[in-house]
Each structure stands twice: as structure tokens, then as C-alpha cells.
Write a protein that binds this ligand. Structure first.
Ligand code: HEM
Length: 471
């Protein structure tokens, strides 16, 4: 068969917007679940138009108790649920039912005393002032990655490259592990498990608790066993390594040996390793994949970033001190996280009846949906909500924005612990690539966002990677 030549993707940026599913006329409900289960498998595609306009409304998905609740789009109500009264709004059991079989009781899924102790243990590594120390590692890894992409002949799977790059980084920075040999295995395991999300979601919407848990466990088990093997290998390697206790894994292992009566078991360490392995790379890799998609649609922004980086560095490699000056580069990442927040939905449950707003009382037991996807495109909170415009994150417009309408990293005490790490990592990856390469995603016209635990493109992203001329 003759090879089909790939051509660069071009489009009319004035008349077409970045991809989003067409909202259905009706809200998801039992009828939609039965007639169009595929729509529910990509949750954001089931959100009707009016959900992008209302302050709050009821929602119902499937038939189980966990499948109904209230959606809130109002910053004040969100602040109360996530920040000021967070102790009365724990994570929703249906979301946990999907994540716990895979991640056990790691930081993302644990609650109560165990969560508090481990958050405290991990916090020093991820605070804003400490993550700067990782900058040279981020730059070196991004340089190697751009070299791989440039050396490849023909179109290149830029989404896979972002996974490889972010796995290398999380391995070295957080888990003291060289993941080189395991990278393909880990990324296949993640993809296979995320692909099972529609079945898990439908099970959680339709089956009663115990049946739901057994069903989900059965489909997650192969991925869990794989992840177990990787995590235990990482722990074994770190035990053999007598480096200073600088990485998260060293801190966890030191805590497991401490004699304060709160020893961590190997299983607990495994859960944290699996959590950081997954939460720490898939999210940033997917965000960078969305960045390349958007920069293909708006190549003039790729040029603006290149010019900004050149002006700041004069052509030398980037370092942490440059980051505050990379204003446009940062704004592009903020805008990518607004249009495609990789954690598209947060779920909580009301432990007691609460008057969240003068006209909204949430009964005890009700599920609460806070959706960065909806909030970030809400018609009252944003001008031109579906347009790509990084300038909205700069200057007065950004300063005037109320809190809790933009929340790619969640909020309150369960806010992403890796937020500063991820932002620095993304800026340095984008800046380092901009110095070296131009990316054009040749199949950008096929892309549609798909919510599968993380919000990913529905197709692999194939890109032409050409030298950008600075280096
Ligand atoms: C662009 C990248 C990232 C995004 C958009 C993101 C988003 C989020 C969000 C929204 C949450 C809160 C979930 C909830 O409240 O239910 C979260 C939690 C978490 N994230 Fe991230 N994340 C990113 C990168 C990272 C990185 C790089 C790490 C680790 C190095 C990480 C580790 C975690 C952990 C451990 C939690 C649970 C924190 C807790 O509950 O105490 N994330 N993330």
C-alpha cells in the first residue's frame, strides 16, 4: 500500500474554536444512560448547554443513590465546600470506588489521620520554594526529550513523548528511580486502565455498592498487579540506594523506620509510590499534549513564546530564575489548563444538611459536583469562554477574577500537592522546546476531549517536529 504523505495542519482560527463536544439538549438522566451510554462514558459530552450558565442545579446520572446530587458553579458555595467547611464535605465514595482499587490509600484517596500524616510528610518537598531545586532536572529532561523528537524521522507521537518525559522526571525527582526500562510498561498500564473508565463509571452509576466494588476491582486488577510490580521494584531500588533522604520516597521510607509509633507498612509506601507515579506524570503529560494541540491551532503563539524565551535567555539554557519573566509562556499553560482541565470533575458528599447559599440547601448525603470543565467555560465567569486567549491571564483582567472560577488544581486542603511542581515543570518544558523545535500536530482536526478520569484527547497526537532555529 502506498504511504500517505502527512501534511502540516492548517486551519481558519477566526471561524473555528478549539475542540469541545456539542452539548446535548437534555441533562443526563436515566433515559440518556439507557439510550446513549456512550455519551455518559465521556461525562463532559453529556453536559447540556444550560449547565454552562446556571449557578447551581440538580443532576442525575444512572439510577444509584450516588448518581444524583447537585452541581455548583457559584464561587461562594465552592469556597464553603472545598475550603471553609471542607471537613463536612469528604470526597465522594463513587469516585473513590474507582480510584481506590488502583491506588489503595495513597494521598489522593486517603482520608482522616492517615491523609494528614502523609500530606505533612510530603509537603516540604512540594512547597513553592523547594520545587525550584528541581529546575535543572526539568530542563535536562526536556532537552533530551526535544532531541529525541527532533531526531525522529517522520511524524512523531508527541503525546507518548510527553508521557516518557514526565515519567522520567517523576522517577528521578520524587521516587529516586530510573524508570527508563519500565516507562513503556507503566504508560501502557495507565492507558489500558483509563480505557476501562466507561465501564467503571457505568458500574458506579448503576450497581449497588458491594456489586459495584467487586465489578470495578475485577476490571482494575490486572493494572493494579502491574502497578504493584513497578512500585515494589522502585521501593527495592531505593532501599539499596544510600543517598541522602531528599526525595519523597526516602522521606516515606525514613518515616516507616521511625519509632514514633506510626510506622508505615510496605503496603502504605506502595500506595504512595503508585499515587505519585500516576498523579505526578499523567496529569502534566496530558496538559503538555493539550498545549501542543493548541499551539498547532495558534502557531503565532508558538512564535511569541520562542521570542520571549530568546529575549529572556539570549539563547542559553533556561533556569529557575528566568521563570518569573516568562509571562506569555506561563499564560499559555494557564489557558491550556482552563480550556482542558485534566481533572475535569471534583466530587464531594455532604455529611450534614447545609445551607450553601441563601437559596440552596444541600441535604445530608447528597453528592456535590464541582466541575473545572464547566467552571472554566461558564458563560457568566468568562468573556469568550470557548476561545483561546492567553492574555486573559495577564494584568488587570487576571487580577479582577474572583477565586474559585479557575481551579485546575482543585482547592482547599485537598488542593493538588504537586501544583507548583507541575507549573514549573510545564513552563520549563515548553520554554526548552520553544528554543529548539516547532511542533505541528498533523491530526489536530480529529481531536476531541474525552473525560477518562483525566481529560485526554480521544486520538493519539501525531506531530511534525522541525527545528525552531534558536539552538
Ligand atoms: C498539570 C498537572 C496537574 C493537575 C492539573 C493536577 C490536578 C489535581 C487536582 C484537581 C487535585 C485535587 C483532586 C480532588 O480534590 O479531588 C490533585 C490532587 C493531587 N495531585 Fe495533582 N495535578 C497535577 C500534577 C500533579 C503532580 C506533578 C503531582 C506530584 C508530583 C501531583 C500529585 C497530586 C496528589 C498526591 C494529589 C492528592 C493531594 C491530597 O489530596 O492531599 N499532581 N491534583
Amino acid at each position: 500500500m502506498a504511504a500517505i504523505a502527512e501534511t502540516a495542519f492548517e486551519w481558519d482560527a477566526d471561524s473555528i474554536l478549539p475542540a469541545r463536544p456539542m452539548p446535548p439538549k437534555e441533562a443526563p438522566g436515566i433515559a440518556m444512560a439507557l439510550l446513549k451510554p456512550r455519551l455518559l462514558a465521556n461525562l463532559i459530552a453529556s453536559y447540556p448547554d444550560y449547565w454552562y450558565k446556571v449557578r447551581y442545579c440538580d443532576f442525575r446520572v444512572g439510577i444509584s443513590r450516588t448518581g444524583r446530587g447537585v452541581l455548583i458553579n457559584e464561587p461562594e458555595a465552592i469556597r464553603r465546600v472545598l475550603v471553609t467547611e471542607a471537613e463536612h464535605f469528604p470526597k465522594e465514595d463513587n469516585q473513590l470506588a474507582i480510584l481506590k482499587p488502583l491506588l489503595g490509600n495513597g494521598l489522593l484517596t486517603a482520608e482522616g489521620a492517615e491523609w494528614r500524616r502523609n500530606r505533612k510528610l510530603a509537603a516540604p518537598i512540594f512547597q513553592h520554594s523547594s520545587v525550584k531545586d528541581f529546575a535543572p532536572l526539568f530542563v535536562r529532561a526536556a532537552e533530551r526529550s526535544a532531541k529525541r523528537a527532533l531526531e525522529h524521522n517522520g511524524v512523531y507521537r508527541i503525546d507518548q513523548e510527553m508521557t516518557k518525559l514526565t515519567l522520567e522526571i517523576i522517577g528521578e525527582a520524587v521516587l529516586s528511580a530510573d524508570l527508563d526500562e519500565s516507562i513503556e510498561g507503566i504508560s501502557d498500564t495507565v492507558t489500558e486502565t483509563l480505557d476501562k473508565f466507561p465501564a467503571m463509571f457505568l458500574a458506579s452509576a448503576f450497581l449497588p455498592g458491594s456489586l459495584r466494588d467487586r465489578f470495578i476491582e475485577a476490571i482494575v486488577n490486572p493494572g493494579r498487579r502491574q502497578l504493584d510490580r513497578f512500585a515494589r521494584k522502585i521501593i527495592e531500588e531505593a532501599k539499596a540506594d544510600d543517598a541522602e533522604a531528599t526525595t519523597l520516597l526516602h522521606r516515606l521510607m525514613a518515616a516507616s523506620r521511625s519509632e514514633d509509633g506510626h510506622e508505615m507498612t510496605v503496603d502504605q509506601i506502595r500506595d504512595e509510590v503508585a499515587t505519585f507515579l500516576l498523579a505526578g506524570h499523567e496529569t502534566t503529560a496530558t496538559t503538555m499534549t493539550w498545549v501542543w494541540y493548541l499551539l498547532t491551532l495558534y502557531p503565532e503563539w508558538q512564535e511569541r513564546i520562542r521570542e520571549e524565551v530568546l529575549q529572556v535567555t539570549g539563547g542559553r539554557p533556561l533556569d529557575a530564575e528566568d521563570v518569573p519573566s516568562l509571562v506569555l509562556t506561563r499564560a499559555v499553560i494557564d489557558e491550556a489548563l482552563r480550556l482542558y482541565p485534566v481533572v475535569a470533575n471534583l466530587m464531594r458528599r455532604a455529611e450534614k444538611t447545609t445551607e450553601l447559599l441563601p437559596d440552596l440547601t444541600v441535604p445530608k448525603g447528597e453528592a456535590i459536583l464541582i466541575s473545572p470543565w464547566l467552571l472554566h467555560r461558564h458563560r457568566r465567569h468568562w468573556r469568550d469562554p470557548d476561545h483561546f486567549d492567553p492574555m486573559r491571564f495577564i494584568g488587570e483582567e487576571a487580577a479582577a477574577r474572583p477565586r474559585h472560577v479557575y481551579m485546575p488544581f482543585g482547592g482547599g486542603h485537598r488542593i493538588c500537592i504537586g501544583a507548583s511542581f507541575a507549573i514549573l515543570e510545564a513552563i520549563l518544558i515548553l520554554g526548552t522546546y520553544a528554543q529548539r523545535a516547532h511542533i505541528n500536530v498533523v491530526n489536530a482536526g480529529e481531536v476531541m476531549p474525552q473525560a477518562r478520569i483525566v481529560l485526554r484527547p480521544n486520538v493519539p497526537l501525531r506531530a511534525m517536529v522541525t527545528p525552531s532555529g534558536t539552538f
